[in-house]
Design a protein around this ligand. Structure first.
Ligand code: ARG
Length: 717
């Protein structure tokens, strides 16, 4: 019996896969070093993060603001996700030359395409500035903590910028219990080098999104350019490929179960210390609202996009990002419930409560204060979500909101000169806002979003415009018809959509007339209602959260002083380490740690929007033409694999690195069973989904004929 038990223990130990929680700061990585070594890391901490010598961090960039990229050649070649390059690729495309649909490969370096507006940031160094910040915060009486922090953060960052050489910021960690300075160099000449056809880069579409097993080849490649001194410079034909301090070598050996894997990148936001009250609000109010609103908005977008390839391309990027977080919130709600996160948080909180009375009696009220703050905020929570997600959805509304400052200025009787200036500003904004707008689509969104707002927000919180303009003008017997008629009226009579009219009207002489424009009347009614009656409570809530989070996390740091406690993600560089690992999502179901190209053919559906493949690709797959990228042991082309790494949005495009510091894949997603992960990490289920580097190289070589890129990489067999 004993023997059997022992055996059982070994077996369960082998099969109970555990995900590896923690998004660690590279500056402090030596704290984790032993654990990393035990799992298979062969590098030294200095090879991961060093400010004196080149290290891994020098190959990692914050890409475009919301993603991660890594440098994979000595000539500044950059790898990131397809969905990270998506907007840039769509902007460079036209219906007749559609790189999004067909893919792109610059055959020569001269053909690499500049991407206006796209930039990447390299991290130079991190410095602990907690003492400096705290000294200032504690000294400057009479101002609130947020203002005081903003002042000192600006001062510290300015000093580190060394007159514009760097771009620096001070970030708060553990909700204001620690502060670090980040010094960056930003490169603004970034060019598109290569992209797979969309039906590989987004294979599986929204159906497969956030799910394993996966076959998406979610990558794109760019190149960072610098001036002749290897320094950042605005786009110029004379710029040349940037020579990085470090680039990641590529390993084509392939991965096996339990292999060490680590990820370095820029996770955007987690709320792992959210209380049970916050979880409750997410499950019951915020998440279902976002999903309902986006559901409607997406269905309208889909209908209009299907009618016209030009509209399809125009809205492709915005559709993808709205749909991505639509499904995210469905999954998050589902798993918060499945995994009983509410009860888990409540247990943690009662444990905290019994500990805290012995530690600091003043902190005894933190959790009850949370409860009270959430209770006060809850009646307005939905209004806030609908304001952001529904009311602001139409491009016309966003533009019309610009007249808020003009109205204020007008009422304050500012000079004609200032009024003219404000009008010029609105005209500038107008260009950006309307550039990518389709009027029919926007009008339908306007009608549907306002109807939702009207139906779902308590009557007492409504802006007056619904009674006066909508029902006053179009009757209240049939709500939907009234909102449709109203939308028709607003869109056909507003001057905001008419460039010629606007040129004549947007000046001090005609401000009064513009303020009576139906689009402006609509927007300002909703905005003023929100700002006057609801924003103050929302601001109060946010400020209370700021204070409470600081107290709560500060206390948790003390409570956990013998364990390592990592800070929430905040768009700063982090390291997560773990291993390649399969998992069992539910009873009797087992998910292998890798997928193969045969699975592409299994999922393939000719003519389908999500599962189509180009004939050339189908041919290559049917002939099993995998070249040197084939996995000999597994007998085929490995497409994706999963690891136990702890990542979130913003990590998209991050390098997946083996124990020798070599690139083995590109991280692009999380899995369905652990979608509550941003709020509570689940050790059983949480996985990171990665595109195998050999799959990416296969597409570059065989599908896109881009061998020249392979020649500049450091490929290790
Ligand atoms: N879920 C992925 C992420 O947030 C994005 C996947 C994009 N693909 C899509 N079908 N929308 O990193």
């Amino acid at each position: 019996m004993k023997k059997l038990l022992f055996l059982l223990l070994i077996i369960t130990a082998q099969f109970s896969s555990k995900a590896d929680e923690g998004m660690w700061m590279p500056l402090l990585i030596s704290q984790n070093y032993e654990a990393m070594q035990r799992m298979g890391l062969k590098l030294t901490p200095e090879q991961i993060y060093s400010i004196n010598n080149s290290s891994m961090k020098d190959a990692i960039v914050h890409f475009g603001g919301g993603c991660t990229g890594e440098i994979i050649s000595s000539k500044g070649l950059l790898l990131t996700n397809h969905h990270c390059g998506y907007d840039a690729i769509a902007s460079l495309s036209s219906v007749s030359q559609n790189f999004l649909m067909n893919g792109f490969m610059a055959d020569r370096i001269e053909e690499e395409l500049p991407c206006p507006g796209l930039s990447v940031k390299f991290l130079s160094r991190i410095e602990d500035v907690t003492a400096k910040v705290n000294n200032y915060i504690n000294d400057a009486y009479g101002k609130d903590v947020e203002t005081r922090f903003a002042e000192i953060a600006k001062e510290i960052a300015n000093a580190a910028n060394e007159n514009g050489t760097y771009e620096s910021e001070v970030k708060s960690f553990y909700a204001g219990n620690k502060y670090y300075l980040f010094v960056y160099q930003r490169f603004t000449d970034v060019r598109l080098v290569s992209a797979p056809p969309e039906n590989l880069g987004k294979f599986g579409g929204d159906t497969d999104n956030w799910m394993w097993p996966r076959h998406t080849c979610d990558f794109s490649m760019f190149r960072v350019y610098s001036n002749n001194d290897n320094k950042p410079a605005p786009y110029s034909q004379n710029n040349r490929p940037y020579i990085p301090k470090h680039h990641l070598p590529v390993s084509v050996k392939g991965v096996r179960e339990n292999d060490y894997a680590m990820i370095m990148g820029y996770p955007g936001r987690t709320t792992r210390y959210l209380t049970s009250y916050g979880v409750d609000l997410a499950i019951n109010v915020s998440n279902p609202s976002v999903v309902k609103i986006r559901d409607k908005r997406l269905s309208i977008m889909r209908e209009e996009m299907e009618k016209d390839p030009a509209v399809d391309l125009q809205y492709a990027s915005s559709y993808a990002s709205i749909a991505n977080y639509w499904k995210y919130f469905i999954g998050q709600t589902e798993q918060l419930k499945n995994l009983n996160i509410l009860a888990q948080k409540q247990r943690e909180e009662s444990e905290f409560q019994s500990w805290v009375s012995g530690y600091d009696r003043d902190l005894k009220s933190v959790l009850p204060d949370y409860q009270r703050a959430y209770a006060n905020y809850t009646p307005y929570a939905k209004h806030q979500t609908y304001y952001r997600e529904a009311f602001m959805a139409p491009a016309l509304t966003k533009l019309a909101m610009g007249f808020e400052m003009i109205e204020k200025a007008y009422n304050a009787r500012v000079s004609r000169d200032s009024l003219d200036k404000l009008c010029k500003r609105v005209m500038m904004m107008r260009k950006g806002a309307l550039n990518n707008m389709n009027e029919t689509l926007d009008k339908r969104v306007f009608s549907a979003m306002n109807l939702l707002f009207y139906q779902d927000i308590p009557r007492a919180q409504h802006p007056s415009v619904y009674a006066t303009e909508v029902f006053g003008k179009f009757g209240s017997e049939n709500w939907q018809k009234a909102f449709d008629d109203y939308a028709n009226y607003v869109y056909s009579t507003t001057a905001l959509l008419d460039s010629n009219k606007m040129k004549n009207l947007c000046n001090a002489d005609n401000v009064e007339k513009l303020l009576r424009d139906p689009a402006v009347v609509h927007a300002l009614s909703v905005v003023k209602n929100y700002k006057e009656y609801y924003e103050p409570q929302i601001n109060d809530f946010n400020y209370e959260m700021f204070e409470l989070n600081r107290a709560y996390q500060g206390a948790l740091l003390v409570k956990n002083k013998n364990k390592q406690m990592y800070p929430d993600a905040n768009s700063t560089m982090r390291v997560t380490y773990g291993k390649v690992n399969s998992y069992a999502p539910k009873d009797a179901v087992f998910f292998n740690y890798y997928t193969m190209a045969d699975g592409l053919l299994e999922k393939y559906k000719a003519g389908d929007k999500e599962f189509d493949l180009q004939p050339k690709i189908v041919g290559l797959l049917k002939n099993k033409d995998y070249g040197p990228y084939e996995d000999r042991n597994l007998g085929g082309l490995v497409t994706c694999f999963i690891t136990t790494n702890d990542i979130t949005g913003g990590n998209s495009g991050s390098p997946v690195i083996n124990g020798n510091g070599e690139l083995i894949g590109c991280a692009f997603d999380g899995n369905w069973e652990a979608m509550s992960g941003d709020i509570a990490f689940d050790k059983r289920y949480k996985r990171t989904i990665c595109a195998d580097i050999r799959y990416i190289l296969w597409v570059v070589d065989k599908v896109l004929d881009g061998r020249r890129l392979m020649d500049e990489m450091t490929i290790r067999n």
